[in-house]
Design a protein. Structure first.
Length: 139
């Protein structure tokens, strides 16, 4: 292989490498952007956002008058209270299941891992509580 062929091969290889790197970068940016959009689109609504969006959608589709809109808002409030009551009634059972899961996981961890896992559980509990408060509208 002569020097010119080697240079051409090296140049070609370099261009292929750069093209692959550029394609990989562009693809990762595309995926990241779409992942962020999907995450935002799937973000759970607070109770107020859900209520507002539902009434807006119904108004757009059904052209509600003011009385209908007021009645629907009252219905959503009343039914929302029932959802909270059911969720609150089930919470002790959920908490027992979470505690059982944590105890079983603790059983397979080393002492150092248990300490770190306990911190993880505290963070998750705090986040869960904050999410519930946000969903309830801070009540």
């Amino acid at each position: 292989m002569n020097a010119r062929s080697k240079r051409s091969a090296a140049l070609y290889l370099g261009l292929v490498f750069l093209g692959g790197a550029a394609f990989g970068f562009a693809t990762s940016q595309f995926v990241s952007a779409h992942s962020a959009e999907a995450k935002e689109a799937n973000k759970p609504f607070s109770a107020q956002e859900y209520r507002r969006n539902l009434v807006t959608e119904l108004d757009n589709e059904l052209q509600l008058d003011e009385d209908q809109e007021s009645d629907i808002l009252l219905i959503l409030d009343k039914v929302g209270e029932r959802f909270h009551e059911v969720r609150d009634a089930m919470e002790p059972e959920f908490e027992a299941i979470r505690a059982e899961r944590a105890a079983l996981i603790m059983g397979v961890l080393t002492p150092d891992q248990r300490l770190r896992y306990a911190r993880i559980l505290e963070e998750r509990e705090r986040a869960r509580h904050d999410k519930q408060e946000e969903h309830r509208g801070g009540s």
